[in-house]
Design a binder for this molecule. Structure first.
Ligand SMILES: [Zn+2]
Length: 211
């Protein structure tokens, strides 16, 4: 395979990018300046050296210092509401909620959503990390878990899976579980929702009854 095709194959692995878009990116890069390409390549190479995964919410963040257990700005902020924990699928969802400035609790990032055909959910979302994260938050005064997943098939399936997974913990610690309510229309992806929509969905959140 030639270089152009190899690069376009790599770009196709980006979320939402098809073969034609990937080729367009490659041609864009071919038309760009040497210095732009060099700086982009450097940014990519240096990403792993400068980014860390938060040891509490599991989001990626720009880690300027080197800490044994890196904590992002949200998790480091002790003034946030310790009574609520919002579970989101992806980093971009957390970013969207933070940008809306209507939520002041803590987060947990699952890392992905589950589809009906996923055979091994534990390999796709952070199930092993979620349980201790809730245990720890429960000791620190947690009262409510908000499942903020997109209102599409994968979001719904992920929500059901997570509800079953955390049900024993919910009972043990007498926690409240709620899901985002009206405001988010069916099929909506959280990451593309504006601040007003997220605010309404949060205010209109519904309590779940777990059996
Ligand atoms: Zn964090």
């Amino acid at each position: 395979m030639d270089h152009i095709n190899r690069l376009s194959d790599s770009l196709r692995q980006f979320p939402g990018i098809g073969p034609r878009q990937a080729k367009r990116f490659v041609y864009f890069l071919l038309g760009a300046s040497d210095s732009y390409r060099a700086s982009l390549a450097r940014e990519i190479v240096e990403l792993s050296a400068h980014a860390a995964i938060c040891s509490s919410c599991y989001r990626f963040f720009d880690n300027k210092g080197v800490a044994e257990t890196p904590l992002c700005a949200v998790c480091r902020d002790a003034s946030r509401d310790k009574e609520s924990l919002m579970i989101v699928a992806k980093d971009v969802d957390l970013d969207a909620v933070e940008k809306s400035k209507v939520y002041s609790g803590y987060y947990f990032v699952l890392g992905n959503t589950l589809s009906l055909v996923d055979k091994d959910p534990d390999a796709k979302i952070r199930t092993k990390e979620l349980i201790p994260a809730i245990e720890q938050r429960a000791k620190a005064g947690l009262k409510e878990i908000i499942l903020a997943l997109s209102l599409n098939a994968e979001g719904e399936h992920t929500r059901e899976f997570v509800e079953n997974l955390i049900a024993p913990l919910i009972r043990a610690h007498r926690l409240k579980v709620s899901i985002l309510g009206r405001g988010l229309s069916t099929g909506t992806e959280l990451e593309y929702s504006d601040a007003e929509t997220i605010k309404n969905a949060l205010i209109g959140r519904k309590q779940e009854t777990l059996v």
